[in-house]
Write a protein that binds this ligand. Structure first.
Ligand code: ZN
Length: 154
């Protein structure tokens, strides 16, 4: 799985040495050297090798395009890294609060669970023509009315 870097740390008006860029993005400096070989521009082809923050940010953004938004009836699959229509055209809606709930479905490609946080009011817009099963809100484990009497310390 491709790693994602926190490119917000890169200041576009700064220039970085290879070691600084490596520390900033928490990668090895050999990784930065590979990026330079792969087309990351340098300020000048001599030591110390300086990289413009703007170039570094653009380079990483180009390598990791933003994820596509989901249309109606789709949920983003974290493993496939793409929006998927849930298997069997079915999703389950589990309310979390009075206004928000989670849609849960199964990825038809990799069979992992798909989750999408949705406002109850915009449920129809999120699910489109999928078949929606509503399940009751899950009770919390700590809501047990009778505390356990099975206590050993005395
Ligand atoms: Zn998947």
């Amino acid at each position: 799985m491709a790693r994602r870097y926190n490119i917000r740390r890169v200041k576009i008006h700064r220039s970085y040495e290879v070691s600084e860029a490596a520390k900033l993005l928490d990668v090895h400096k050999h990784t930065i050297s590979r990026w330079i070989d792969a087309g990351l521009p340098l300020v000048a082809p001599k030591r110390p090798f300086l990289i413009l923050g703007k170039d570094l940010r653009e380079f990483l953004q180009a390598r990791h395009p933003r994820k596509q938004p989901c249309r109606a009836g789709e949920i983003y699959c974290l493993r496939c890294r793409t929006p998927k229509r849930p298997a069997f055209d079915e999703v389950e809606f589990v309310p979390k609060t009075a206004t928000i709930g989670v849609l849960a479905g199964l990825c038809p490609t990799c069979a992992s669970m798909l989750y999408r946080l949705t406002k109850t009011a915009s449920l129809a817009a999120a699910t489109g023509d999928l078949k929606v099963t509503r399940s009751p809100a899950q009770e919390r484990l700590c809501d047990c009315p009778d505390p356990s009497l099975n206590v050993h310390f005395q």
